[in-house]
Design a protein around this ligand. Structure first.
Ligand code: JD8
Length: 279
């Protein structure tokens, strides 16, 4: 798969050389091309932003550099889907990550400031499929961190990138956003030593009884899902383990989750895997 990224901060994408994704890129399983938008800012000052029509705070990204950049990037490397991170986009889900992992080519357009002049996406839609996507309900300063998040979620689903295909399927939300784990988040995990600071690993995990272990893990997953994700638990109870946050149809909002009553949510960090030493 080929991934092009257009940004005013190419240095932001250093992390793509690290870890699982970095190794996949070294092998050529993913080809990353990071482009500096200013290469297409053709005025003397290489400006990429201007004041918003209608007034208001901040600056808006000018359409001309984006138009030139997208024309140039789309002209090489075969047909592509354009993905534009935006706080007002459709929610990015595991199901979308799985769909993107099957595309031969993605182009990500990273906005900054108050966003990109809306005509850029309109214009691009006349030539290629375009998705405006949000990675969550919080406000970032630009699209770059969203692209790092999405490329990691996509990259680890590519054939050969994750050592063990089963580990993707067993993930929270499941490998493709379908299947039995689609609406469950994972329970706690343990490694040696068996007793650490007086805390024992649940004995069932040492029992060798694989059916009992599978039951325990499923129960743990249900418990953590109920405590931390009442929205997912409600879907499970209704017998609709659909991918979370997935709208029924494009442009239609997903069903809102129930808020967590104070005191009902698990304590911060409980049953959530902490950072093991050396990572
Ligand atoms: C792209 C500019 C910042 C957006 C004013 C300051 C995604 N889940 C997400 N939250 N925020 C973004 C996101 C934010 C962005 C840009 C993505 C480009 N900003 C602007 C408009 C309002 N802020 C995002 N994916």
């Amino acid at each position: 798969m080929r991934i092009d990224i257009i940004t005013i901060f190419p240095e932001y994408f250093g992390p793509l050389e690290v870890s699982l994704i970095g190794k996949a890129a070294q092998r050529g399983d993913i080809v990353f091309r990071v482009h500096d938008l200013r290469n297409w800012a053709l005025d003397v000052h290489h400006s990429v932003d201007d004041t918003p029509y209608g007034g208001g705070p901040g600056m808006v990204m000018k359409p001309e550099p984006w138009g030139e950049a997208l024309d140039a990037v789309a002209a090489v490397g075969g047909p592509a889907r354009l993905v534009v991170p935006s706080p007002s986009g459709r929610p990015f889900t595991q199901r979308m990550a799985a769909g993107y992992a099957r595309e031969p080519r993605l182009v990500f357009a990273c906005g900054r400031y108050e966003g990109i002049d809306a005509r850029v996406v309109e214009d691009a839609r006349s030539r290629m499929p375009v998705d405006e996507v949000s990675i969550g309900d919080y406000v970032l300063a630009g699209g770059e961190p969203a692209v790092l998040v999405m490329t990691e979620a996509i990259g680890r689903l590519l054939p050969g990138v994750l050592g063990n295909a089963q580990s993707a399927a067993d993930d929270s939300f499941g490998g493709d956003g379908e299947g039995p784990m689609a609406a469950l988040i994972e329970g706690p995990v343990y490694t040696r030593p068996r007793v650490w600071r007086g805390r024992e690993v649940p004995p069932v995990l040492l029992s060798g009884d694989h059916a009992a272990i599978a039951r325990w893990r499923h129960d743990s997953a249900l418990r953590v899902t109920a405590a931390n994700r009442p929205d997912l638990a409600a879907r499970l109870a209704a017998g609709q383990p659909a991918a979370p946050g997935q709208p029924a149809a494009p442009g239609q909002a997903a069903a809102p989750g129930q808020p967590v009553p104070p005191g009902q949510a698990a304590a911060p960090g409980s049953a959530i895997r902490g950072t093991p030493p050396g990572e």
